[in-house]
Design a protein around this ligand. Structure first.
Ligand SMILES: [Zn+2]
Length: 144
């Protein structure tokens, strides 16, 4: 049996990379280095290997940002996505998927242009928006 997926989460306080089991995402884990709250709403990088486990483990709606490093609008939107994540902390889980590195997910969600934002609830897509969005628009898309 495959080992439990672990996510790499950067501590917003000290910058340390923490490896967090997917199942503990909802347990408000603390940073292993500085001991402060690890999940402050910051977007978490996921991919083909761990996406489904993370979505299944999330008790709140999920917003996925399909992006790529070469995409200018994606990079422009990144700070807005992070800001929206802080606003939505505890009410929605924000994920980032590099569409080039994760072709299975890009294909499954039929991502044709980036950035694309997809909202999932109970594992099902409920809303989608293509093109860069402001933090306020991202919060509105979450609808929580
Ligand atoms: Zn820390």
């Amino acid at each position: 049996m495959e080992a439990a997926h672990k996510l790499h989460v950067h501590c917003p306080h000290c910058g340390a990379t923490n490896r967090v089991p997917v199942a503990r995402l909802g347990d408000a884990p603390n940073c292993g280095r500085c001991g402060k709250t690890l999940l402050e709403g910051q977007p978490i990088d996921v991919g083909d290997a761990d996406f489904d486990a993370v979505v299944a483990a999330s008790p709140v709606p999920v917003l996925v940002d399909f992006w790529a490093p070469w995409c200018g609008p994606c990079r422009m939107m990144a700070p807005a996505f992070e800001q929206a994540g802080r606003t939505l902390k505890g009410r929605a889980l924000l994920l980032k998927v590099d569409s080039d590195q994760n072709p299975l997910l890009s294909g499954r969600f039929a991502v044709r242009s980036i950035p694309t934002l997809v909202r999932l609830q109970g594992g099902q897509e409920t809303r989608r928006q293509t093109g860069a969005a402001s933090a306020a628009a991202i919060v509105a898309l979450a609808g929580v």
